[in-house]
Design a protein around this ligand. Sequence first.
Ligand code: IMP
Ligand code: MG
Length: 187
Amino acid sequence: MQQWQEHLKQIIGEVLIDEAALHKRLDELAEQINHDYQDIQAERLVVVGILRGSVLFMSDLVRRLQMPVELDFMSASSYGGTESTGTVRITKDIGQDIRGKHVLLVEDIIDTGNTMSRLIPMLQKRNPASLKLCSLLNKPSRRLCEVNIDYQGFEIEDKFVVGYGLDYNGNYRHLPVVAVLKPECYA
Ligand code: IMP
Ligand code: MG
């Protein structure tokens, strides 16, 4: 346990968003979403998490939703290391027809916007009743493709972050905070 703490000290530059700040923002986002979807009570809201980065954020968010909710998942990949390849592959699709349904996409971070600018039009073609995007983080300084974020947790600077779902080469997703990785760790 001490070894792990030592390792974290070596790789983390700073804790950008701590647990209290995350939970406070989650309360606010959920309140907004509960308000916006209050009229769809007769139907279910399909909450679609983008694997794997959204998993921690999504599970904390849906626990706060006061409406019938169904969970689904999609997976898209564009990353190997820290740089976007600019190409997006759909590696897992949702398991249902979303025609006429209200869909809320949940993502960890909007960076270049490549992933969402590819996924959203693809899902729109399936004619959902509505399609909105909720992202924990937004890095607008890196944007290459325009993306409309309906619900945003935090806007952050152009720093590579890990934790609370976000990874570096598959590591650190389970950290309960969002932290900046020291640049020398991914040089
Ligand atoms: P985009 O397609 O460039 O917007 O990138 C979206 C994906 O890149 C996110 O879902 C993340 O998986 C990954 N990503 C972007 N920035 C970071 C970061 O700072 N840390 C970890 N993953 C990131
Ligand atoms: Mg992702």
